[in-house]
Design a protein around this ligand. Structure first.
Ligand code: NI
Length: 173
């Protein structure tokens, strides 16, 4: 059983820039943390989860977006860097650290990300649509940026009001 707990906005760890994962940190402990993060993410029905969201102020995240045949595709990204973007998409976005909040966010349609895998090996990946949205959202988490920061001022105001309402009614948990 995973012992990780998802932290909610406005926990300061969500607003802090994560530390890079050092070469010496790619070991069995890290693999265990990643397995726990997948478990935590799947039980919360999310498609992406970044280390700061489980209280670890480091630059990595996991993602699992099923392919067209519905097969799972679990991926982990360490020290992610966005090296190219193209196009635009607007759509509803959610975040496990903002339970019950969904809001339109504009994102790049296509993203090229460079990262390391759980063994520390470097790779590049070219992703589009939901996967691009997720990579951008989770890389933002590594930079202490939450999706609230990516909304238009009007949408952000509406979102903040909704968060307050959810907090006041005990639904922010
Ligand atoms: Ni998130």
């Amino acid at each position: 059983m995973s012992e990780l707990k998802i932290v909610l906005y406005p926990d300061p760890v969500l607003l802090t820039i994560g530390k890079p994962v050092g070469e010496e940190e790619f070991n069995a402990d890290l693999e265990k943390t990643v397995a726990d993060m997948f478990e935590t993410m799947h039980s919360a029905h999310g498609v992406g989860l970044a280390a700061p969201q489980v209280g670890i102020s480091k630059r990595f995240f996991v993602m699992d977006i099923a392919d067209e045949e519905g097969r799972p595709n679990p991926l982990a990204f360490f020290n992610p860097e966005i090296i190219g973007v193209e196009g635009e998409q607007t759509g509803d976005e959610g975040c496990l650290s903002f339970p019950g909040l969904y809001q339109q966010v504009r994102r790049d349609m296509r993203v090229i990300v460079r990262a390391q895998d759980v063994k520390g090996d470097r790779f590049e990946m070219d992703v589009t649509e939901l996967s691009a949205r997720c990579v951008l959202h989770e890389t933002d988490h590594c930079d202490g940026i939450v999706f609230l920061d990516r909304m238009s001022p009007l949408k952000r105001q509406l979102a903040k009001r909704k968060i307050k309402r959810l907090q006041n009614t005990g639904k922010w948990e």
